[in-house]
Structures are given as structure tokens and as C-alpha cells.
Design a protein around this ligand. Structure first.
Ligand SMILES: [Zn+2]
Ligand SMILES: [Zn+2]
Length: 122
């Protein structure tokens, strides 16, 4: 990921390890991901739609675990580096430029545990 768009973190209880740990949040045009800094549980989101939209257009409904965050990021639409709304749910990941309303909508794709220790024999 050489392109830098969203890079932030959110401290919360990890759904996988149950620890209160920083969840590393990264997004570029091609992909978004959330990684637990403690256990390495990773959720990958793939882009679905990019457009200029009204706030809340894709806010997920009825999700048990929605994070509503704000982070500074460079907008590729208006070119401003400024606050973006970040809404991350169990199967949605959206970013929205507060300046022009440009929205990236990602859909949950897969999850895996990155730090999976392999037992060595002997
Ligand atoms: Zn974890
Ligand atoms: Zn913008």
C-alpha cells in the first residue's frame, strides 16, 4: 500500500481476542482493512462504490458493532486534506470527505488472523 489515504486507529475491545487493543485502520482506493494490533485479526474490505453523496447514505443499520470515527485524509476528489467521516460496521466500511462529500464505500470481503504462530516441533 504505497498510496496513503486513511491511516488511523481505534481502541476498542477486539471481537477476536477480547482484549482492549488498538485496531489499526487503513484504507486506499483499492482496499480497506482493520487489523487488531494485539492478535492480528484482520478484516479486509473491497471497494464497491465511490461517489459524492449525502451524509449517512450508506450508514449501516442494525449492526452490532459500528464505529463512527473522524480522521484527516487527503481527498482525491477535491484535493483537500481534511477531516473525513469514517463509519466501520461488521460488513461495511465507508469514508466520506467532509469538504466535498466524496464517499468511498467498501464491502466486507474476508477475515484472517495474520499472527498465527506455527508450533515448531522439537
Ligand atoms: Zn485482537
Ligand atoms: Zn473532498
Amino acid at each position: 500500500m504505497s498510496e496513503r489515504f486513511i491511516f488511523t486507529k481505534h481502541r476498542t475491545t477486539c471481537y477476536n481476542c477480547g482484549d482492549d487493543a488498538d485496531q489499526i485502520i487503513k484504507a486506499v482506493s483499492a482496499q480497506a482493512q482493520v487489523v487488531c494490533s494485539h492478535c492480528g485479526a484482520t478484516r479486509i474490505f473491497v471497494p464497491r462504490i465511490e461517489h459524492v453523496g449525502e451524509k449517512g447514505t450508506y450508514t449501516p443499520i442494525g449492526c452490532y458493532d459500528v464505529w463512527e470515527l473522524e480522521t484527516a485524509a487527503p481527498c482525491k476528489h477535491c484535493g483537500t486534506t481534511g477531516p473525513h467521516d469514517l463509519v466501520i460496521g461488521c460488513n461495511h466500511f465507508t469514508t466520506r470527505c467532509q469538504n466535498c462529500g466524496y464517499t468511498h464505500f467498501y464491502r466486507f470481503n474476508l477475515e484472517y488472523i495474520a499472527q498465527c504462530p506455527i508450533e515448531e516441533e522439537g
